[in-house]
Design a protein around this ligand. Structure first.
Ligand code: KG4
Ligand code: ZN
Length: 360
């Protein structure tokens, strides 16, 4: 393990945020964010109700260079101060990933510094080390627009997947719920705002509740919501709010149950002496109802709950830079052959979830 400070430039272009950041890993292993620039492309995709890959890739080409310049300027550093250049290499949209990877490789080559091809999921998984100085191991609930996973984070590069989704990701379920109720995109914040005014009085299923393996399935819940909405059409404002509240309540129940089951497995695998910490990452972690449910669960199970601040839960480059720095400190560098990967599971040995679709 390197015992000198490492300053790493990170680049994130896997979806619809163009982001660049500079992070320092101090000799004692703690992290410091020197800059964190995110250029969201929301307005470019809003009209389509989702991210359009080709539009995203073109926007990354336009936005990335200025974002990198800004990140260096905000950090007050010149390029000579950078010890390594990291970019998200997957999983994600190939066009965007290629933009970030190529830029990072060119910079690393030009500077004569190491290049780090970072797994975007690993970056989410490790961000609690940056924000809270959390040590290994811990249990991770990663819930975003593209991913829903429960993982044991053992060390940098060592992950055991306990659960995944058989169909939609959690954020995707919020986005689809919002769309079918005629609300805006991204759907999570919209559904949460309407739910705050609604009553959870409409009966919706809790898929997978009580199953031994902590997998998720959300497609059935979405279909049930659609049926309930169609039965009540035309929808007045109160009904929309009630549907949102009922949907959010069902999701909170499912997430608590599945995460509780993952806690059982965490204890079984690591023994009673293992540190008990639950980290929640990904855009859906911003949901206050979900967070309250997880707080209750963590309290009842004697787990410490760690939720990085919203700007570091959603896609950002500080987490890419930090994962790069953690890898660099361990000598885990990449060569110029590193390719962009649409799929890149953190635990390639995880048995396939029965009935799982492409997102598992
Ligand atoms: O991590 P993220 O910013 O991007 C990736 O998908 O990688 O997550 C975005 C997702 C979207 O699906 C969005 O609807 C959801 O997170 N989200 C929320 C909330 N805020 C964002 N879901 C529920 N409640 C929220 N408050
Ligand atoms: Zn993400």
């Amino acid at each position: 393990m390197t015992e000198r400070p490492l300053t790493v430039l990170g680049i994130e272009t896997s979806c619809d945020e163009t982001a660049a950041a500079v992070v320092r890993r101090h000799a004692d292993g703690h992290g410091e964010i020197l800059s964190n620039v995110v250029r969201a492309q929301l307005d470019l995709h809003a009209a389509y109700g989702g991210v359009v890959p080709e539009i995203a890739a073109r926007a990354h080409v336009d936005l990335l260079d200025p974002a990198i310049k800004q990140a260096l300027a905000d950090a007050g550093l010149g390029l000579e101060a950078i010890d390594g250049v990291a970019a998200a290499a997957g999983p994600g949209l190939i066009g965007g990933l290629i933009v970030g990877l190529t830029t990072a490789k060119a910079m690393a080559l030009g500077l004569g510094r190491p290049f780090l091809a970072v797994n975007h999921l690993e970056a989410h998984a490790l961000s609690a080390g940056l924000t809270d100085g959390l040590g290994f191991p811990y249990l991770l609930l990663l819930v975003s627009g593209g991913h829903t996973q429960l993982l044991i984070v053992k060390e940098v590069g060592s992950y055991e997947r306990l659960g995944t989704t058989l169909d939609d990701a959690l954020g995707e379920a919020f986005d689809k719920a919002a769309k079918l109720l005629g609300l805006g995109y991204p759907g999570g914040p919209e559904v949460e705002a309407h739910a705050a005014r609604g009553r959870a009085v409409i009966k919706l299923p809790r898929p997978m509740l009580g199953r031994a393996e902590p997998h998720f399935s959300l497609a059935g819940l979405k279909t049930a919501l659609r049926h309930e909405a169609m039965n009540r059409a035309p929808l007045d404002a109160q009904t929309i709010d009630d549907l949102c509240a009922s949907f959010q309540e069902a999701v909170a129940d499912v997430v608590s149950d599945r995460t509780g089951r993952a806690m059982d497995l965490y204890e079984e695998r690591l023994g009673p002496e293992a540190p008990r910490a639950l980290v929640v990452a990904g855009g859906v972690a911003a949901n206050q109802r979900l967070r309250a449910a997880l707080e209750d669960l963590a309290r009842s199970r004697d787990f410490r709950l760690v939720v990085p601040p919203p700007a570091l839960c959603t896609d950002n480059a500080a987490m890419i830079a930090w994962a790069g720095a953690e890898r660099l400190a361990r000598g885990l560098v990449d060569d110029m052959a590193a390719a962009a990967r649409a799929r890149w599971p953190l635990d390639p040995d995880a048995p396939p979830a029965l009935g799982a679709g492409v997102k598992a």
